[in-house]
Design a protein around this ligand. Structure first.
Ligand code: CTP
Ligand code: MG
Length: 221
């Protein structure tokens, strides 16, 4: 059986949240944000290795039960590279996940593992619900066909060798992407869209934090 690992990136500063402590370490109903997704991956039967990437000053202070903890880089992409370097060579596939998305579920992980089992890379994504306008400044140029647009979420899943090659090439060419799929797409390789979950939100602003608290209380998770 091929082994799969996950790299959870939690090394960002959370500038848009305007918090004194790094975003992934903010308490959400009494638990640090990063722990929500960490626990989902640690408890998933088909995830064999977990690497958590945190700000370097936090490495010593994070419990290392059943996971490795490594320091991050200046960009999300560098943090992913650091996390991948810690993964054992036994892992042929890897999922990359933002600690800022606490509501990842087993179902999303299962869908991505099924995609990997078919030999494909995949990301969870959600169809954009709004009518979409292309604009120059505040003037609409056209209304685009919404059915072609998806909002990318995480986890994103790849064969390790492909993701490492794509990140190496991106580094050489000074390309910094905001997700892993974008660096793999640049190689001309196919990345599949897998249905995500509307609840799999990313905590970016204070509003998102309030929304996450409300969701946790409402859904009792
Ligand atoms: N991340 C990381 N290393 C970085 C930057 C980001 O590991 N150098 C992680 C964050 O911890 C987060 C995920 O990447 O889990 C998505 O990034 P984002 O939501 O942008 O978080 P921050 O970079 O922390 O927030 P901001 O951009 O507002 O500073
Ligand atoms: Mg950021």
């Amino acid at each position: 059986m091929k082994k799969s690992g996950v790299v959870i990136v939690a090394a960002g500063r959370g500038e848009r949240l305007k918090s004194d402590i790094p975003k992934a370490f903010i308490q959400l109903l009494g638990k640090p944000l990063y722990k929500y997704s960490l626990e989902v991956f640690l408890n998933h039967p088909d995830i064999d290795e977990v690497v958590l990437v945190v700000p370097s000053e936090k490495v010593g202070g994070v419990p290392k039960n059943r996971c490795q903890v490594v320091g991050g880089g200046a960009t999300r992409q560098e943090s992913v590279i650091n996390g991948l370097a810690a993964l054992s060579p036994k892992c042929e596939s890897v999922l990359v996940h933002d600690a800022a998305r606490p509501f990842v579920t087993d179902a999303l992980i299962d869908r991505l593992l099924a995609t990997l089992a078919e030999g494909k890379s995949g990301i969870v994504a959600w169809p954009v619900p709004d009518t979409l306008k292309r604009a120059k400044g505040d003037i609409i140029l056209e209304t685009v066909d919404r059915s072609h647009f998806w909002a990318a979420q995480t986890p994103q899943a790849f064969p390790v060798a492909i993701l490492k090659e794509a990140l190496q090439k991106a580094k050489e060419e000074n390309f910094v992407g905001t997700d892993e799929a974008s660096v793999v797409e640049r190689l001309g390789l196919e990345v599949c869209l897998v249905l995500g979950d509307a609840r799999n939100i990313k905590i970016t602003t204070q509003y998102d934090l309030t929304l996450a608290q409300a969701l946790l209380k409402y859904f009792n998770i």
